[in-house]
Design a protein around this ligand. Structure first.
Ligand SMILES: Cc1cc2nc3c(=O)[nH]c(=O)nc-3n(C[C@H](O)[C@H](O)[C@H](O)COP(=O)(O)O)c2cc1C
Length: 300
């Protein structure tokens, strides 16, 4: 039985990875989950310099999910490169570094700094506001998506995954823009912009007023977007959004995802990633599936 998948020439032992920002850089969860058993670990977003993140409160529970407005708090690329990469390199898993920035130059600086580091792929989070363009998120303008993809690709030594925002009218336009810019892979979905109001405090549940909705509540939207993107581009897709178990992961794979990321589920069940791997294996045995790749995009 084969569970290996290939993402732009990088071979993963299975299609299950962590979702950025929900697994730290692996150290805390590594005490509970054998990181050697995962296809890849995707790190929390890292910028060129340390970011303090947003004021608290920064997370709130919602029906079937959560809202977060962490604001991409991170220690900056220097600390990350010294502390987190050597930790992850001890394991036999692929390392995917999630990159954030405020300007194209910010992203390029991190991508160049990572060029000689032992990381396997880069995931570029383009849901951050582009302050140079007056706060319009990169990920909501197809011209900006194509331009930043092209610029990052010019400087990147590792294959590039562009992480798309679901807060758009037509995801296929964004997927095609990333492909046109030279993306090797696309990943989706990031969180959906939401709001929760605390009726007792009579204010917003998170200090940022709005936050990103994730968890099982977003899964049907995510599966739909993965299906649409898979039918719009030729490059591989990493699917995510509300995956709690193997059944959820298989929906994404059947819709067209070559690999999947498990995010919010880790907060609820720290063993979720490992359980998704063994659950997919059981499903393949049950239905006599020889190769996981037979399932990718099998529902049309
Ligand atoms: C607390 C939290 C922090 C996150 N941080 C990042 C991040 O740093 N970079 C990024 O690209 N996505 C980040 N995400 C988005 C997730 O990687 C994922 O795309 C999204 O939550 C949907 O998957 P899920 O429903 O399985 O969580 C974060 C999500 C959560 C809940």
């Amino acid at each position: 039985m084969n569970m290996k998948v290939n993402l732009a020439g990088v071979e993963l032992k299975n299609p299950v990875m962590t979702a950025s920002g929900t697994f730290g850089s692996g150290a805390e969860y590594g005490e509970m989950v054998d990181l050697n058993g995962l296809g890849a670990v995707v790190t929390k977003g890292v910028a060129n310099v340390p970011w303090p993140g947003n004021p608290t409160p920064r997370i709130a529970e919602t029906y079937g999910g959560m809202i977060n407005a962490i604001g991409l708090q991170n220690p900056g690329i220097e600390v990350f490169a010294k502390r987190d990469i050597p930790f992850l390199r001890q394991y036999d898993t692929k390392i995917i570094v999630n990159v954030c920035g405020r300007t194209t130059e910010d992203y390029v600086e991190v991508v160049e700094r990572l060029g000689d580091e032992p990381v396997d792929m880069l995931e570029i989070n383009i849901s951050c506001p582009n302050v140079k363009e007056g706060g319009i998120a990169f990920g909501q303008d197809p011209k900006a998506v194509e331009a930043i993809t092209r610029e990052v690709k010019k400087h990147a030594k590792q294959p590039v995954i562009m992480k798309l925002s679901p807060n758009v009218t037509d995801i296929t336009v964004m997927a095609k823009a990333a492909e046109a810019g030279g993306a090797d892979v696309i990943s989706l979905i990031n969180t959906l912009t939401g709001m929760k109001i605390d009726i007792n405090r009579r204010t917003f549940a998170v200090a940022n007023k709005t936050g990103g909705l994730s968890g099982p509540a977003v899964k049907p939207v995510a599966v739909r977007m993965v299906y649409q993107a898979a039918n719009a581009v030729k490059i591989p897709i990493i699917g995510m959004g509300g995956i709690m178990n193997a059944e959820d992961a298989l929906e994404f794979i059947l819709a067209g995802a070559t690999a999947v990321s498990v995010g919010t589920a880790n907060f609820h069940n720290p063993y979720a990633t490992a359980e998704v791997v063994s659950g997919i294996e059981n499903y393949m045995k049950k239905y006599n599936i020889e190769d996981i790749n037979e399932l990718v995009g099998a529902v049309r």
